[in-house]
Design a protein around this ligand. Sequence first.
Ligand code: ATP
Ligand code: HMH
Length: 446
Amino acid sequence: MIRKALTIAGSDSGGGAGIEADLKTFSAFGVHGLVAITSVTAQNTQEVRAIYDISPEVVVKQIEAVVEDIGVDAAKTGMLSNSEIIKAVAKTVKKYNFPLVVDPVMIAKSGAPLLREDAMETLITEIIPHATLVTPNRPEAEKLSGFQIKNVDDAKRAAKTIVEELGARAAIVKGGHLGLSEAVDILYVNGEFREYRAPFVEGCTHGTGCSFSAAITANLAKGKSLEEAVETAKKFITMGIYYGARIGHGHCPVNQNAWIEIPAEKWRVYDTLNRALKELVSIEDLHKYVPEVGMNFVYALPKLYARGREDVAGVKGRIVKFGNTIKPVGWIEFGASDHLARAILTFMEVFPEVRSVLNIKYNEELISKAQKLGFKVSLYNRTEEPEEIKAKEGGTIPWGVRTAIERLRDKPDLIYHLGDWGKEAMILIFGETPKAVIEKLNKLLE
Ligand SMILES: Nc1ncnc2c1ncn2[C@@H]1O[C@H](COP(=O)(O)OP(=O)(O)OP(=O)(O)O)[C@@H](O)[C@H]1O
Ligand SMILES: Cc1ncc(CO)c(N)n1
C-alpha cells in the first residue's frame, strides 16, 4: 500500500522550490505525489521572471479530480498567489478531512513576491483556520502575528498567536532566518512548545521551506504524529541543504534525493567493495605485494556525497599477509581507512569519477610493466615534501597525490613513491570502481 500526498502550489521552472520540490520530497519518503498547480512561474536560482496564475476553477478541478479517484492522506499548500485562488482552495479543502499543512509562501529566496499584497488577509481568514500546521519562516511569522521576531522567545509568541488568534491547530516558526548558529524551529501544538534544533549548515537553500513542509506532509500521510513528522523533516532538510548540488548562479536548490540516495549509495559501495574484496583475496601470489603496513582497498561514495573519511568504505584493520594468502583483518566499514581515504578524496577533487584505490608494496618491475602496458604512471618524492606540510598531520598524502597528478598533467592509473626514512615505498592503483582497480592489478601481475 502506498500513501498519497497532495501539494497545492506553484511550479518553479528551476526545479528547486514549489511543486517540483514537493514531488521530489514526497518521492524521497516513498509517498505518491499528487498536484494541483496554482501558478506557473518562470524561475531559476536567481530570479522570478514571470508569474502566470491558473484559474481558480482549474485549481479546484485538479484537487477534486485526485481526491475523488486516488484519495489524499495529507495535503499541503505552497504558493497560492491571489485571493481568488485562496478562496477557491479553502472552500474545496473544507469538504475533505485530510490533514493540511499550510506553508504561507509570501516571498521567494530571490526576493520576488509570490503572494499578492491584497491576498494576505484572505490567507489569514480563509486558509490558516483550516490548517493542521502552519509553517512560516521569520518574515512570514511577523506578517501573520503582527509583531517583530528577534529571538526564540519572540518566535514562541508568534507561534502561539498563529494558533490561538488565527485558529490554526499548530504552528512552527522556522529559524532559518534568525541568524543563530543553530537552525531552531519552534512548534506550538496542544498548548505546548517544542524546539527542533539542527546545526546551521553551509549549502543550498533554494526550496528549503517547500521541501520542509512537504516532508512534514509526507510523514503525516504515512500516519506519523505531528511531532514525529517534524522531527524527520528537520533531519531531511538539514541533509538536503548540506548535500545540495551547486547548480545555477544564485541560491542553489536543496537536494531532496540525499535522504534516499546516501543510504542507497552506501549499500552499493559496500556491496561492490565486498564482492571485489573476495576477488582480491583469491588473486594468486598477491601476498608478495602486501606492504609492511598492510594493504587496504577503498571505495568512496559518489562525489556529491564524499565529503570526508566517513564517506569512504575500506577494510577495518587493513588486509594482511597470511601464509601464502592475504586476509582482511576486519569487515568493510565506512571510515575504516585513513590514508587511502585521504588519497581517494584528493584524487576526486580533480577526477571525481575515480572513486576506488588499492595500495601495494613498491616493486620496480611492476612499474616498468605498467609503463609497457600503457598505464599512466606518476610519482611523488617524499623528500621533496615542503616542511610546513610535513609538520601537519595527514598532509603528506594529499600533497603527494596532487603533486603526482600535476606532474603527469593527466589522470594516473598508478601513483608511486619511493619512501623516506621510516616510510615504506608504495604503489597506489586507482580506478573508477573496485572492479576496475582489480582489472589493472591483474594485468600487472599476469
Ligand atoms: N543553513 C541552514 N542550515 C540548517 N538548517 C536550515 C538552514 N536554513 C534553513 N534551515 C532550516 O530549514 C527549514 C526551512 O526553513 P527556512 O526558514 O529556510 O524556510 P523558508 O524561508 O520558508 O524557505 P524558502 O525560501 O524556500 O521559502 C527550517 O527547519 C530551518 O530551520
Ligand atoms: C513556485 C514557488 N513556490 C514557492 C517558492 C518559495 O521559495 C518559490 N520560490 N517558488
